[in-house]
Design a protein around this ligand. Structure first.
Ligand SMILES: *Cc1c(COP(=O)(O)O)cnc(C)c1O
Length: 462
């Protein structure tokens, strides 16, 4: 399997190069040249596999010749050994619906499913090719801790994560700063999340610095993250349908950067019998508006109770645009030019009809989110985190039927919203216990590009 760019500017590359490249060098996103098709009898076989073995089967054609099968098996087993549930992503019934619990990893958020694998994959590829990687990122919460958990203690990787001092939740800060491995560098910034993000962007734009220090990113544009997230769609279908090809399942997906739901879209294109894919957004509803109107136009970011979805321009959306265009990079280019030039992108009637076949969408307010947490707790005794509640709410509003709602975070991680909804916190999972008692390490720096650059140079000096 080889990979090309949504913007058509690179010659096809193999899997390992696609993983190390992250963002395509022409500014586009990497996508597979073609999608493997999975027949009904194979799906039936897969539905009997445990999560790890299924992951090997799903990933194999995408990895191609790049990684020998036994190495892939080892990488996957190692990645999911850090999950506290034997099923890795268990499916639990909830009234009419089902909840796919994706939060049993080391940081209690679904990003662990991809980042535990990506960390091991980076280490494996670096050991083989030689070289080092210095990961740099800014976080307002979940991504930073999941990225740190993915690469802590890895020999050829250093990670620098910037976050705004005093503006992320104490639990989320502790999840990063209690990781004491020497390769982990948590940087609190005297400023806002936007300041942290601006500094990271400036450092990446300094191409000499980027090359000299082998800077890399772990944001959701890395192809390997999408790939790892496809596995649990197959897994949930297998659990619910036991391999019966007539059995179709719908999924409701709390959506921010469009990585998670895009993985479901690809699983369906590969032949998984998916009935409906629901994009569930909070008040940051650009994707919902797109599905309803065919116009993609960013608004102001609003702060909500589901902060991991407080996103306007979704970084993976370009991948969908590529498929919507009929895999024509020149059409994607035109759309993106229009988006940059006029602030919006419009699709034609045929494409709108296609979007309506691909997705349904629903925007959920904070009040509805709280109400859903309350109702599910009262009716089922199950505590939803606010992100998951957005998905469950969208599923009920759209009569989702035989429906799997993806649970993207453990409710204890978002205690404030949960307390507001039901008057008590969720019990802490192992990943979040004793965080406040553990020693921490971080450095506080001014919100200034040069200060951060100098800190990195000092830290990385041989
Ligand atoms: C990142 C995240 C999401 C959004 O996932 P995308 O792939 O960005 O759409 C939803 N919920 C939680 C808890 C997250 O951390």
């Amino acid at each position: 399997m080889r990979y090309i760019s949504t913007r058509g500017g690179i010659a096809p590359i193999p899997f390992d190069e696609a993983v190390m490249m992250g963002l395509a060098s022409d500014g586009g996103l990497l996508v597979p040249e073609s999608l493997p098709q999975v027949e009904a009898d194979i799906l039936a076989d897969w539905s009997r596999l445990r999560f790890q073995d299924l992951a090997v089967e799903v990933l194999k054609p995408f990895v191609g010749e790049c990684i020998p099968e036994q190495d892939l098996i080892d990488l996957i087993n190692e990645s999911y050994a850090s999950f506290s549930h034997p099923a890795v992503t268990p499916l639990v019934p909830l009234g009419e619906q089902h909840i796919l619990e994706l939060f049993h990893g080391p940081t209690a958020a679904f990003k662990d499913v991809a980042l535990q694998f990506l960390g091991n994959l980076f280490e494996y590829l670096l050991a083989r090719r030689g070289g080092h990687l210095n990961i740099l990122g800014a976080t307002s919460g979940d991504t930073g801790s999941a990225a740190i958990a993915g690469v802590r203690g890895k020999a050829r990787i250093q990670i620098f994560i910037l976050y705004p001092q005093g503006r992320i939740s104490p639990i989320q800060e502790r999840q990063m700063t209690t990781v004491l491995d020497a390769n982990v560098h948590c940087i609190a910034i005297r400023g806002t999340f936007d300041d942290a993000q601006r500094i990271v962007k400036q450092l990446f734009q300094d191409l000499r610095f980027k090359a000299q220090y082998a800077l890399g990113a772990v944001n959701s544009i890395n192809w390997a993250r999408i790939l790892a997230q496809m596995v649990y769609y197959f897994y949930a279908w297998g659990q619910l349908c036991q391999g019966n090809p007539e059995c179709r399942v719908s999924f409701s997906v709390p959506t921010g950067n469009f990585g998670d739901v895009f993985a479901g879209y690809l699983a369906r294109r590969m032949g998984l019998p998916v009935e409906r894919l629901i994009i569930a957004t909070n008040q940051n509803d650009i994707l919902t508006r797109f599905v309803h109107t065919g116009i993609y136009a960013a608004g102001e970011v609003q702060h909500t109770l589901s902060p991991a979805m407080d996103i306007q321009l979704a970084s993976n959306f370009e991948r969908y645009l590529y498929f919507l265009s009929g895999e024509r990079p020149e059409v994607v280019q035109n759309w993106l030019e229009s988006l940059t030039g006029t602030g919006e992108l419009r699709i034609d009637e045929d494409q709108r009809a296609q979007v309506a076949r691909d997705f349904q969408a629903r925007a959920v307010t904070d009040a509805e989110t709280l109400e859903q947490i309350r109702r599910t707790y009262e009716e089922e005794g199950y505590i939803l985190d606010p992100h998951t509640a957005v998905g469950v709410r969208a599923a009920s509003a759209l009569d989702c039927g035989k429906c799997v709602c993806l649970a993207t975070a453990h409710p204890a991680k978002f205690g404030e919203a949960v307390v507001r909804a039901i008057g008590r916190e969720a019990p802490y999972p192992p990943a979040l216990k004793n965080l406040l008692d553990r020693p921490t390490r971080s450095i506080l720096l001014d919100a200034d590009e040069t200060t951060v650059r100098q800190f990195m140079q000092r830290t990385l000096a041989p």
